[in-house]
Design a protein around this ligand. Sequence first.
Ligand SMILES: [Ca+2]
Ligand SMILES: [Ca+2]
Length: 375
Amino acid sequence: MKHSKLWKVGSDRRYGCSLTILFSGIVLAGLVGCNSQNQSAEEAAKLDSAAHCVAKGMPSRSAAVRQAASVTASGENGTDDMVLIPGGSFQMGSDEFPDSRPLHTVKVNGFWMDKHEVTNAEFARFVEATKYVTVAERPLNPKDYPGVPADKLVPGSAVFTPPNQQVSLENPLVWWQYVAGASWKHPAGPQSDLKGRENQPVVHVCYEDAAAYAKWAGKRLPTEAEWEFAAQGGKGNRKYYWGEELKPAGKWVANIYQGNFPNQNTTEDGFAGIAPVQTFPANPYGLYDMDGNVWEWCQDLYRPDYYRNSPKENPKGPADSYDPDEPGAVKYVQRGGSFLCSDQYCIRYKAGSRGKGEVSSGSDNLGFRCVRDQK
Ligand SMILES: [Ca+2]
Ligand SMILES: [Ca+2]
């Protein structure tokens, strides 16, 4: 296993809210990860063989075994709560952000997409079925963090903790805290739970957590191109995914941040933190919260120069990851911004902008949604 450092402070204000504290470097691939899913696949294969073996003389049981072997890991293969996004060509990117240049024409095939961010209730069903343990809940091995005091090596995740007074926007550690015991089940820390949050997006999920859920659900994470095509809602490349005005008809149409960041959240949109999914208006495809609420993982690795030479059809991201701000980290793309985004601080809720996150890091403003290929 490869490990790097424990803490990282983001230096780019525009990136700041995507993931400013990176409790980074634990590359736990294969430790827990998708074991349950892998076992399910192997089990399914064995069951399929077994079905042939026991078919003679035990038809009824054989039929049952065969049926069990043919379903997906979750026992579901539907498109409930998904919408069909038609394929097509669109202008991807934005001139406003260096890593979103150049604007370029991309074609994507049609696909199904979750209407809303994956909720706590949905993630709970996945954990119940698979006993999956998220990265934020896993123990930390001191050997992986040389130089870090043992009492700091406790499972947890980054929680937005606003200061009481105005602060410089240069140091995100002023408003991000690594909270021991914070996880998807305890989003604000060990004293918090999911009661009343069932319909809110799950948070504190790192990339492999999101990918494991998607696999269990018979889905996958969207490519960055699919995500942006869907977010445009067939309306083309505009300033915001919802249009050209910040507040169409004087109304906030996404859960972002109003007021002086990070200490004075005026909550004009009704929410200081996360909103339940489907609170704000859907886009023309019927998708909710593509702007704001929580950041959403995409399946593509992140490189700032990817658009210069990316495939014109169904791009799936570069072969490797590179972020000049943190060259040693493996990062994936995140999209859409969160309830912490505003024109004052993190402006990467604007159309075409890109976020990025270290593979093993989560926070309380980061979630995901899934897609499925159109059959
Ligand atoms: Ca808000
Ligand atoms: Ca979102």
